[in-house]
Design a protein around this ligand. Structure first.
Ligand code: TEU
Length: 536
């Protein structure tokens, strides 16, 4: 569990995810934009104190899946601004010491991408093979049993050519064929394009889906349907062994890594792959044995474990044991696809969740708005936007995508006051839950996040130290962070509704606590429900 041999910004820093539609709207059309982001960069660097930002897609797109359907990888959608705005955003971010990570969506494009237009012109199109086209099964049905993440068959029939095309998501998101070297090259060029513009890293959308079984065999049935993490009965009735994560994914990742590391400007860049994988050995394999694949596969363990202390111990041990030597972990508690932290765990528990996320060993990613304790909004059916929710009631992701709450002003300060309406409604709790009011309140979520982030900055042990789990019982969850010969500190979290004794070994002064009144004082004998402390 040694620290990385060459620690750089993505090892030590904290990443903040911006969902551009919902963070800051400068031009008053009710949708966030790049100018809005530029105007709020000080919030990230000064107020909050994070180190980098990840931008969900802002590329030209018909927005069938809100940007995850890209129609031009190398153009900014006019809804978000211009390429000049993007260049300014990067320059302004860098001026503040913030790194910029952009979303890379390799698995599919929009059905309005020029490549797909050309591909669907007919079987003889020079780009036919850029996507996955197959003849119907003998009964005329889809070529295999794969299902879309968003419900229904993963195949759509094209009358004109008499073939089906594959889409693991919407029919408006046809899958690219990464087994075609021209596709691979074109997508590598996309990476180069953004690196040339100064971006520091890529979050790779459904990264492992780019490698499918070359024979496109049926997925076998799942003996016991999955544990139901966010997936429909239809999706979990199959073992997803052929529609994604084919072993050929490894050379594909190695090539992506070579492109990213090989950029002539020689900057330290980062790739993180969106991979929902909870078999730790398999998960860890995406680092590459020689650490030559992804810098990190996302670790979504906490989305599965929730705040169950025994399960979190399982995840910490699993992750730490499985990683190849020198690999660096990461932790995620929310993103634009998940119900929000407060919604999942409740108000008090969400403070303990903040302590957990920002003190575990590894790179944390904060999803916009979680730092002020935003909650999901129940969107009435007629205002629902997410195509997944519209197709499959109950699976909608709009709730966590409502506009960022900046102030108690009109539209929560997200859009200019005279904006007619915002693309999703603002959560009605905004008059009390917003950045401005929380800044003025030392007991707010935002104040807790700021104290934790400031502590992380001032104590390298929190950035790079080892982690050692302590205690006999699962709860309280207690661990030490240790930077050999330099520094160490304790983290102790009561992940329950009952008071619990603090293990005797936990000694020192309270540095940060969910209960601010404890800070600066000695370690108490017991922790109240959902109380968490950093002690050193
Ligand atoms: O998410 C895709 C993804 O794999 C999961 O959220 C998936 O939906 C879940 O595991 C159920 O199977 C990414 C983006 O984050 C999301 O916003 C996009 O809609 C999706 O890819 C398609 O690009």
């Amino acid at each position: 569990m040694a620290p990385p041999s060459h620690p750089t910004w993505w090892h030590t820093g904290v990443i903040y995810q911006i969902y551009p539609r919902s963070w800051a709207d400068a031009d008053g059309d009710g949708v966030g934009d790049l100018q809005g982001i530029i105007s709020r960069l000080d919030y990230l660097s000064e107020t909050l104190g994070v180190d980098s930002l990840w931008l969900s897609p802002f590329y030209r797109s018909p927005q069938a899946d809100f940007g995850y359907d890209v129609a031009d990888h190398c153009e900014v959608d006019p809804m978000f601004g211009t390429m000049e705005d993007f260049d300014r955003l990067v320059a302004e971010a860098h001026r503040r010491g913030l790194r910029v990570i952009v979303d890379f969506v390799p698995n599919h494009t929009s059905d309005r991408h020029p490549w797909f237009f050309e591909s669907r012109t007919g079987r003889n199109s020079p780009r036919r093979d850029w996507y996955v086209w197959r003849d119907p099964a003998p009964d005329g049905g889809p070529p295999n049993n794969w299902v879309s993440h968003f419900g229904g068959s993963a195949w759509t029939f094209d009358e004109a050519s008499g073939q089906y095309y594959l889409h693991l998501f919407l029919a408006e998101q046809p899958d690219l064929n990464w087994r075609n070297p021209e596709v691979e090259r074109a997508m590598h060029d996309v990476l180069r394009f953004w690196m040339d513009r100064g971006v520091d890293g890529f979050r790779i959308d459904v990264a492992h889906a780019i490698a499918k079984d070359p024979l496109l065999r049926d997925n076998p049935p799942a003996p016991v349907p999955d544990d139901g993490y966010k997936i429909s009965a239809e999706f979990s009735s199959q073992r997803h062994v052929h529609d994604m994560a084919d072993p050929d994914i490894h050379p594909m990742f190695r090539k992506i890594r070579r492109v990213v590391d090989g950029h002539p400007d020689g900057r330290d860049r980062y790739t993180v792959g969106e991979i929902h994988e909870f078999d730790w050995e398999r998960w860890a394999s995406y680092y590459g044995e020689a650490l030559d694949e992804l810098h990190q596969p996302y670790n979504f363990a906490l989305l599965l474990t929730g705040l169950d202390p025994a399960k979190i111990r399982w995840a910490i041990e699993g992750v730490e044991t499985a990683m190849p030597p020198g690999a660096w972990p990461n932790w995620v508690l929310g993103n634009h696809d998940e119900p929000r932290i407060v919604t999942r765990f409740g108000w008090e528990a969400s403070k303990a969740a903040a302590v957990l996320l920002l003190t575990l060993r590894g790179t944390p990613t904060i999803y916009q708005g979680d730092e002020i304790g935003m909650e999901d909004l129940d969107i009435p059916p007629e205002r629902q936007q997410d195509p997944w929710g519209r197709r499959m009631p109950g699976f909608g992701r709009d709730g966590c995508r409502t506009p960022m709450q900046w102030s108690e002003g009109e539209h929560a300060g997200f859009s200019p006051p005279d904006t007619p309406s915002t693309w999703l409604p603002v959560h009605p709790d905004y008059p009390r839950r917003n950045v401005a009011s929380e800044l003025a309140d030392p007991d707010s979520h935002l104040s807790l996040y700021r104290r934790l982030l400031a502590l992380r900055r001032s104590r390298p042990v929190l950035q790079l130290g080892d982690i050692e789990l302590a205690g006999e019982e699962p709860n309280p969850l207690a661990y030490r962070r240790i930077l050999a010969g330099e520094d160490d500190l304790w983290v102790v979290l009561n992940l329950s509704d009952d008071a619990v004794a603090v293990p005797a070994a936990v000694a020192g002064r309270v540095l940060v606590g969910t209960d601010r009144g404890r800070e600066g004082g000695p370690v108490p004998d017991t922790l109240g429900p959902w109380e968490a402390l950093v002690v050193g």
